[in-house]
Ligand binder design. Structure first.
Ligand SMILES: CC(C)(COP(=O)(O)OP(=O)(O)OC[C@H]1O[C@@H](n2cnc3c(N)ncnc32)[C@H](O)[C@@H]1OP(=O)(O)O)[C@@H](O)C(=O)NCCC(=O)NCCS
Length: 103
């Protein structure tokens, strides 16, 4: 979980994912990101979390969409395009209830 204070996105709090290549394709990214979002949006009470993803990063976009994050638009970070995916605490709590998880 990363604070991105220079970005003009409110609130500027990001959840991201990086795995060693030998562990791709096993569902670990989604599982870890779900735990991070449970912590951030549940325990830490962030009102909203974002994930910034390069438009060509299809795997990462699938992870974001699989978690329930929604595409809000595109911006530029360090000279490159990024898609902004986001989810609110209310939406995350609703998805957790549907999945039978307690935050
Ligand atoms: C992004 C990352 C964490 C994803 O983890 P992963 O274990 O590779 O993810 P998976 O292989 O399980 O794939 C995730 C989804 O993408 C899909 N996918 C896999 N290869 C794909 C491809 N070439 N094109 C489109 N979708 C693809 C999978 O089917 C899966 O979707 P599903 O859950 O609906 O079945 C990992 O690829 C990584 O560390 N990449 C380098 C760092 C990075 O780019 N981080 C993100 C920065 S925003």
């Amino acid at each position: 979980m990363i604070e991105t204070p220079r970005l003009r996105l409110r609130p500027p709090r990001e959840v991201g994912w990086v795995l060693a290549r030998s562990h791709w394709g096993k569902g670990f990214a989604r599982e870890a990101a779900q735990a991070a979002l449970d912590h951030a949006l549940g325990r830490l009470r962030w009102p909203r979390a974002i994930s910034l993803i390069h438009p060509d990063n299809a795997r990462s976009i699938r992870v974001a969409e699989g978690l329930g994050e929604r595409l809000e638009g595109e911006t530029v970070v360090r000279g490159g395009p990024v898609r902004v995916y986001a989810i609110t605490a209310e939406e995350w709590a609703r998805l957790a209830r549907v999945a039978g998880r307690t935050l």
